[in-house]
Structures are given as structure tokens and as C-alpha cells.
Design a protein around this ligand. Structure first.
Ligand code: KIV
Length: 283
């Protein structure tokens, strides 16, 4: 197996395109998952505002706050060794002005421990990207199906179909590159357009529902691991069925507690010795 580089940074992600190396990105929201995904070889751990949906149980990402993003980013940063940690700027934490974008980015970097930030929008966000990049903070763009615009899009709909929409997305991609973004997430567009955007740019594209020709791929970890049961969106591939395993394990646990077979003697503490630890060591 090929050896993985030691620490992934924004310049390394940027350089991977030139080297023809695919970028492996996945979302993470806490230290335990971050540790596992990092060990599994993810290059980028994205603290996505999708946490509003998969962790908080919301219908969309709009209510997620900057404070919540900082909190989750801090946990992910703590659990990560090799991967590059990117944090999402949540809705209305960067659209008001470039100054607001810089301040919010600063919070994710200084208080959260992120190494880069991601924000949604192309041409309309280019000025904010420039301001944040000038301050020394790497910015990942996000175009196509941008979940923070769910109401403007009339739902989570595939973008870039038709000539005008296609042209708008190419302009968006170029505007972000010119503003200094080091990579761009391209979400929910036809595979042909994902390929076209990727060919147009020097910086890498990281696709989600944007076809195989993007320079990398990103999935929500709960989707990738099969933690969300029921029908997955078309672009998702489940690489495990952990949701089923959690239910089976919980059923077994419940049966054992009810039957009085757990805890067994080996799980109990004696009164006379202080030798055994009450908590196992960290994984
Ligand atoms: O919030 C998120 O998880 C994202 C990815 C799905 C790209 O933006």
C-alpha cells in the first residue's frame, strides 16, 4: 500500500491536483469520529454545517450558529493528527460584509483550531474570499447545490442544468479561483459539468454528487458509514451499515441488562483493591 504523507495542509491539497492524486474528504463533527476517519486515511476532515441535519436533527443547515461550529471544530481538531481540518462558515456569518467573513473565519481558526474555512457562493462571495485569504486564512469555496440557499433554490435541487445555469457556475468557479480560494467543493451538478469545472480550474475541485472527474470527493460521514438508515440520496455510497449495527448492539445490550447477564463478574469492582482503573485508556 502507498504510504500517506504526514500532515495534510492547504498547500498540499492544492498541490495534489498537479500530482494527479485524488483528494479524500469526509465530514466529521466530534473527536471520536475524527480520530477514526483520520486513521482511515481521509485527507480532509470537513466540519460541515450539515451537522445541523445529521447531529441536531434539523431540516436544513440555516439555524446552525457560529458558536456551534466553533464547538464542533474544536472537538474535531482535538481528534485529528494527519488530516487537514476545514470548518464551514454557517449561514449569515459571512454574507453581511467581508469584515464579518474575516471575523467569523478568525473565530473558527483561533477558537476552533480549524486550518481553513469553507463558504458557499461563487461570484457573490468572491470579495469575502479575497478579504479572508489576504488575512492568511485558506478558503475552500462551495458552488452548485449550496444548502444554505435551500429556499432560493426551491429545495435541494441539482444545479447547472441548461446553458445559462452552466455558464453561471463556470463563472462562479473562476471567480473563486481568482479571489484566492485553494479548492472548491462542487455539489449536486451533472457529471459533465463537474468535469468541465475541474478542467477549467488550476485549483482542485472536491465533488459531492458532481461525478468522478472532480479532483476529489467528499461525503457526509453519517452517509458514508450507513448511520442514516432508509434510502440514501443517489450520489451517496454507503461503505458500511453502522446504523444497523448500532441497533443490533443496543438490542443485545438491552436484552443482557434485562436478563441480568450484564454486568458479569469481570465488569465488577471488588471492595479491597484499587489496582484496576475505572475507565479504559483513550483509544
Ligand atoms: O456541510 C457539509 O457537510 C458540506 C459538505 C456536504 C460538502 O458542505
Amino acid at each position: 500500500m502507498k504510504e500517506l504523507p504526514r500532515k495534510v495542509s492547504a498547500p498540499l491539497v492544492r498541490a495534489m491536483k498537479g500530482r494527479g492524486e485524488k483528494i479524500v474528504a469526509v465530514t466529521a463533527y466530534d473527536a471520536t469520529f475524527a480520530r477514526l476517519l483520520d486513521e482511515g486515511g481521509a485527507d480532509v476532515l470537513l466540519v460541515g454545517d450539515s451537522l445541523g441535519m445529521v447531529v441536531q436533527g434539523l431540516q436544513h443547515t440555516l439555524p446552525v450558529t457560529l458558536e456551534e461550529m466553533v464547538y464542533h471544530t474544536r472537538m474535531v481538531a482535538r481528534g485529528t493528527q494527519r488530516a487537514h481540518v476545514v470548518a464551514d462558515l454557517p449561514f449569515l456569518s459571512y454574507q453581511v460584509s467581508s469584515e464579518q467573513a474575516l471575523q467569523s473565519s478568525g473565530a473558527l481558526i483561533k477558537d476552533g483550531g480549524a486550518e481553513a474555512v469553507k463558504l458557499e457562493g461563487g461570484v457573490r462571495s468572491a470579495e469575502a474570499v479575497r478579504r479572508v485569504v489576504e488575512a492568511g486564512i485558506p478558503v475552500m469555496g462551495h458552488i452548485g447545490l449550496t444548502p444554505q440557499s435551500v429556499h432560493a433554490m426551491g429545495g435541494f435541487r441539482i444545479q447547472g442544468r441548461g446553458d445559462e445555469a452552466r455558464k453561471r457556475l463556470l463563472d462562479d468557479a473562476k471567480a473563486l479561483e481568482q479571489a484566492g480560494a485553494y479548492s472548491i467543493v462542487v455539489e449536486g451538478v451533472p457529471a459533465e459539468l463537474g468535469k468541465e469545472i475541474t478542467a477549467l480550474l488550476e485549483i482542485p475541485t472536491i465533488g459531492i454528487g458532481a461525478g468522478k472527474d472532480c479532483d476529489g470527493q467528499v461525503l457526509v460521514c453519517y452517509d458514508m458509514l450507513g448511520l442514516l438508515r432508509g434510502k440514501s440520496p443517489k450520489f451517496v455510497k454507503r461503505f458500511a451499515e453502522l446504523g444497523d449495527q448500532v441497533v443490533v448492539a443496543t438490542t443485545r445490550y438491552a436484552e443482557s441488562v434485562r436478563a441480568g447477564t450484564f454486568p458479569a463478574a469481570e465488569h465488577e469492582f471488588a471492595t479491597t483493591t484499587a489496582a484496576e482503573p475505572s475507565r479504559p485508556r483513550k483509544a
